[in-house]
Design a protein around this ligand. Structure first.
Ligand code: FRU
Length: 321
């Protein structure tokens, strides 16, 4: 309605590459389609913390009522977020954190839980016996720290499992391949790779294939968005990590409308493997179909509103005559 003031949300996204980041945005846009009074401005930092700091400052200078940030690296991005927060702009952290407490709410997955679940699943898969490579995300990302910590903690319950090498994958399929190749050659006994996301897991599978070790090295990943990877057994399993775009907008709106909200919103994970992947795929198809219905109905509604508005104009003209 025209009497509602426009609310401006700035979104500083560390990257827009890959299905997971695209899903974040799609979730936000879906939720925002119910709130025409909200304007979203997103800037993409292309996995660069310096650029991200500048973009956060640019969003603030441009005027925003709330800031959503998904920081590339926690430490380097923190000062710009703190500046925004100090100016009274509410800050919602999405998926990755900063190093300080100067934020209003966090919305995203529970990375500690992701790591712990990955460890338990690994133990089941390897019957509590074996050698592992952990393929890490970018060093400064809070998701990397959480997943690594959870995995390390989780493995403590299984003395027969050993991490042979940590490979710095940096969320980057190209960077990781030569490093992983070297690690796999140095550790022929390795029978599982825990990859901090599915995108790197897919790149890891290529390396494993090159070495002719597909039948002995299993790969588990994180995100659970590209379910074909599990269905085609490229990955033995993927741990769902909800993109949380929709949830971030919901929390943002509560904050903006001065409604009660939760500060910590951790979405939990679930293992997707050959036993449930088909069901998960059916579920997501259903959700997709429902979303398309919603979009159709919204289109209809907008057309009705436009017709109504033009009839009002005609009516007003007649009344004035
Ligand atoms: C995408 C991504 C996801 C991952 C998340 C962690 O940039 O790497 O694959 O789950 O970020 O922050």
């Amino acid at each position: 309605p025209a009497d509602q003031p426009t609310l401006r949300i700035g979104f500083s996204q560390c990257s827009t590459t890959g299905p997971w980041r695209q899903a974040v945005l799609a979730g936000m846009e879906r939720e925002l389609s119910f709130h025409p009074e909200v304007k979203l401005r997103m800037l993409d930092a292309h996995d660069n913390s310096q650029a991200q700091q500048q973009q956060i400052r640019e969003l603030v200078r441009g005027g925003i009522d709330l800031l959503i940030v998904s920081p590339y690296e926690a430490g380097p991005v923190t000062p710009a977020v703190e500046e925004a927060y100090a100016q009274g702009i509410p800050v919602v952290l999405l998926d990755r954190r900063i190093t300080s407490q100067q934020y209003t709410a966090y919305v995203g997955g529970d990375n500690l839980e992701v790591g712990q679940t990955a460890a338990r699943y690994t133990a089941r898969l390897l019957k509590e016996q074996g050698s592992i490579i952990e393929l890490l995300g970018a060093r400064g990302s809070s998701a990397t720290a959480g997943r690594h910590e959870g995995f390390t903690q989780g493995l403590k319950a299984f003395p027969g499992l050993r991490v042979a090498a940590l490979v710095k994958g940096e969320w980057n399929p190209t960077t990781l391949q030569p490093k992983l190749l070297a690690a796999l050659k140095a550790h022929p006994e390795v029978s599982l790779i825990f990859s901090h996301n599915d995108n790197m897991g897919r790149a890891a599978a290529e390396v494993v294939r090159q070495l002719g070790r597909t039948s002995t090295v299993r790969i588990i990943g994180v995100d659970g968005l590209d379910l074909n990877l599990v269905r085609q057994r490229v990955l033995s399993a993927s741990l769902l990590y909800s993109p949380a775009g929709q949830d971030a907008i919901r929390t943002a709106l509560k904050i903006l409308h001065k409604q009660p909200y939760q500060r910590e919103n951790k979405l939990s994970t679930v293992v997707i493997d050959s036993t449930n992947v088909l069901m998960m795929m059916q579920q997501s198809d259903k959700i997709l179909a429902q979303q398309q219905d919603i979009e159709l109905q919204q289109g209809l509604l907008h057309r009705l509103q436009a017709t109504y508005a033009s009839q009002q104009t005609v009516l007003n003209g007649l009344l004035a005559a």
